[in-house]
Design a protein around this ligand. Structure first.
Ligand code: SF4
Length: 441
């Protein structure tokens, strides 16, 4: 690492190399012009030397990652702390997050290499649709149609909704964000809603924006308003849509201003790929859901709560989300009823007698004697049992079956059924089965 360069500068050099694979070449040909474009005031040989030293190094030796990895570990530890069982008032939401993670990793091996993938029990949206229309939108956001303004009446409802969520789901609900298939800064009052959120949950929620360059003063004021600790915990990320926008952002903000802001280069030239669902779905390559929600999506503009879980993106679920059901709300009372009823009807942290048990997309079963082998994407779970077990598994792998139906078709004994149920629970918890409420069929 060049001793002249600070963390914000090394970070920016790394981001330039990710967002623009030609950056190094341009630097060699026109050092001054390229550094100007990147908003960097450093000697060209220092930039070249740092980028060269990034090649063929281990993570530990890498000049950027050596500084960045301890930070990632801290952020992961903080997320784990917020999602610890004690922070859930409804323990089933804690189990659901773990089971969903296991299932998604069984369905797509790429997710297994991302230890930071977590599923939140609740997220909030402060508008309907999105004005940006990114070509890579993993959630396929519709056009912006409605904004929830911070009027006295709306602010009161928002605070009641946050407090009710905290009470019903638990403090862990505060790990969620206040945007989803929406752009946070489409809401002119986003900052005020974030302040309210902070008063209820005690920290600033994470913000990812694709329009940091739309109103630079607004964005600057926003990041200045965040405490050092909240900022350290990855509070703000900038999603980059095009290479031109990337260089605009580099020009508009100094490396120091963005030293705690994560840049996510989603532009087509970028060496990274984050979204693989919705508008970024690609038939030829592996797909996975970009959704980080297994639970409740609260849209304040539509005054609607929806229960959903992530799925492998496919024709039926192009955005990688399975929507189970929604309920409207008008006040704190109807919001509470919606949260309780949707959770009761759809949340599954175990198998219920009437649930339809199916194999998740991308999982298949092979039966060999008394063994059933469940194959996911590069993952396998082998379970042995008796003849009844393998016959039951055959039935569910065909087109799905409930425990109640299996009992009628195959078994008369409670003892055998209990053994079968116990094995299925284990397979379900490992992510190789899905339990879908009967009302969805
Ligand atoms: S990625 Fe975000 S900003 Fe872009 S269209 Fe989707 S919701 Fe809007």
């Amino acid at each position: 690492m060049h001793e002249l360069l600070s963390w914000p500068v090394i970070k920016r050099l790394y981001e330039c190399a990710c967002a623009d694979p030609q950056f190094y070449e341009h630097l060699q040909k026109d050092g001054e012009g390229t550094l100007l474009l990147a908003g960097l005031d450093i000697p060209c040989d220092a930039a070249l030397h740092t980028l060269e030293s990034m090649k063929d190094t281990t993570y530990e030796e890498h000049p950027y990652f050596a500084l960045y990895l301890p930070r990632v570990k801290d952020i992961l530890a903080e997320t784990e702390r917020r999602l610890a069982p004690d922070n859930f008032a409804m323990q089933d939401y804690f189990s659901l997050g773990l089971i969903t993670k296991k299932r998604m990793c069984v369905q797509n091996s790429l997710l297994r290499s991302h230890p930071n993938v977590r599923y939140f029990p609740v997220i909030f949206e402060l508008s309907e649709g999105c004005s940006v229309g990114c070509s890579f939108c993993g959630l396929g956001a519709e056009k912006l149609s409605k904004v929830f303004f911070h009027t006295d009446e709306n602010a009161a409802l928002w605070k009641e909704v946050l407090s009710a969520t905290r009470e019903l789901v638990g403090q862990a609900a505060g790990t969620g964000v206040c945007y989803f298939a929406t752009e946070p800064f489409d809401n002119p009052d986003y900052e005020l809603f974030v302040e309210d959120f902070k008063r209820v949950f005690g920290h600033t929620p994470q913000t990812t924006t694709a329009v940091a360059d739309r109103d630079t003063e607004r964005f600057r004021n926003f990041i200045r308003s965040i405490s050092e600790e909240d900022m350290y915990n990855a509070a703000v990320r900038i999603s980059v849509r095009t290479k031109e926008q990337f260089y605009d952002i580099m020009r508009l903000f100094s490396p120091e201003e963005l030293s705690d802001i994560e840049i996510i280069p989603n532009n087509p030239e970028s060496v990274n790929r984050y979204a693989a669902s919705g508008r970024a779905r690609d038939e030829k390559n592996a797909v996975y859901s970009i959704s980080c929600l297994a639970g409740l999506r609260v849209n304040m503009a539509a005054k609607k709560v929806t229960y959903e879980e992530p799925e492998l993106p496919c024709d039926e679920f192009p955005t990688g989300e399975r929507i189970y059901g929604s309920m409207p709300f008008t006040d704190a009372g109807s919001f509470r009823r919606a949260v309780s009823e949707l959770s009761e009807r759809f949340l599954r942290a175990g198998i219920k007698n009437e649930d339809v048990i199916v194999l998740p997309d991308g999982v298949h079963v092979e039966i060999n004697g008394n063994e059933a082998a469940f194959f996911g994407d590069g993952a396998v779970l082998r379970v042995t049992g008796n003849r009844f077990f393998t016959e039951g598994v055959k039935l569910l792998s065909d087109k799905g079956i409930s425990l109640a139906e299996t009992g009628k078709k195959l078994y008369n004994s409670d003892y055998v059924m209990n053994m079968f149920r116990e094995k299925l629970e284990r397979i379900f918890e490992a992510g190789y089965l899905r339990c879908l409420p009967k009302e969805l069929f």
